[in-house]
Design a protein around this ligand. Sequence first.
Ligand SMILES: *Cc1c(COP(=O)(O)O)cnc(C)c1O
Length: 403
Amino acid sequence: MSTAKRSYPPLAIHGGRPVRAKFLPYGRQMVEEEDIAAVVDVLRSDWLTTGPKVKEFEEALASSVGARYGVVFSSGTAALHAAAYAAGLGPGDEAITTSLTFAATANCVLYNCAIPIFADVCSDTLNIDPEQVRQLISAKTKAIFPVDYAGHPADMAALMDIASERGLIVIEDAAHSLGAVYNHRPVGSLAHMTMFSFHPVKHITTGEGGMVVTNHEEFAHRLRLFRSHGIDSDALERRIAGQWYYEMIDLGYNYRLPDINCALGLSQLRRLDENLARRREVATRYDKAFRENDSILTPRVRPLIEPAWHLYPVRVAEGLSRAEVFRALRAENVGVNVHYIPVHLHPYYRRRFGYQNGTCPVAEKAYSQLISLPMFHAMSDADVNDVIEAVDKVTEGLRANAN
Ligand SMILES: *Cc1c(COP(=O)(O)O)cnc(C)c1O
């Protein structure tokens, strides 16, 4: 322990006592009594599925992120599938995306029989690198799918410039960035279409659910078609109009989100600002605490950006093993995770497209060092202190061991 600034008890992986008695997950939803009451109201009403709550939720969320239209879906993945369809992706087309994401971002391109092409990321934000995008554009390129990694918006100005030069559509995967601000503008008002997810680890939840927001009426129309079998109006509208006639004009799915879930989303949305404020507080405390710890690199934030902090991913410094730090933190009962295994390195993508290591060197190097620390709005100050203590204890202890 020669280099230790403070001497810590033995690590839990070495048989010591864990920092926490109870496991702390990396992310978790928060459901309040008012959420439960909102859901119960719907259960007692006439509409369980597509009723008034769908529209209310769509309008409330879209207006909160500065977009004209919102179309809700049964999951974020279904929302991405629909956005890729609305953009007109089809056989023979290519879409450029990042590899440092959840597989759904690239899978939605494949669902539409188009090909995802992986651009490398910027080493500071780990978001898609516009210069790499530029180099990968071909005659077949139709769309770009940036991901706002960890809640830090991608370089949207550069990407929208490229898109307008080359006539491409930008679909922003904002599963991590509901409430983030980019150059004074909310995420949701920047791309042609923006996708949000309401999975329980995300900022607000509907159980499962997602939404695409857009300022373009034509995209909104195509998104609604796709959500409901390619049929041109929903049951509520038909009942109001007293009509029996409908037309299926394209092949769609049943990707609807019930009113029950939308009521939960609406209720959760009312607390989004306090939720974001708490996440920013937690991030600030981590930033400060780890300034002294040169075994880990904290996330970088570019000027004029307010991240939404879905994740707080740190990078383990050279000389320390990420796998070991990960195991040691789990043993301290700190629920760390890794975001993400680069998509092109998954067996399916390797097998189908022949991807090798080295395709996206910056993303792959980052992946070998990344660990996401617990980050959610319901974390108490004591939880945050435990994480800080566990990280300092583990990095110090493993360094001492290595020396
Ligand atoms: C959560 C997530 C999705 C998919 O959302 P689901 O609602 O789980 O289908 C897509 N992309 C990213 C980056 C995500 O984190």
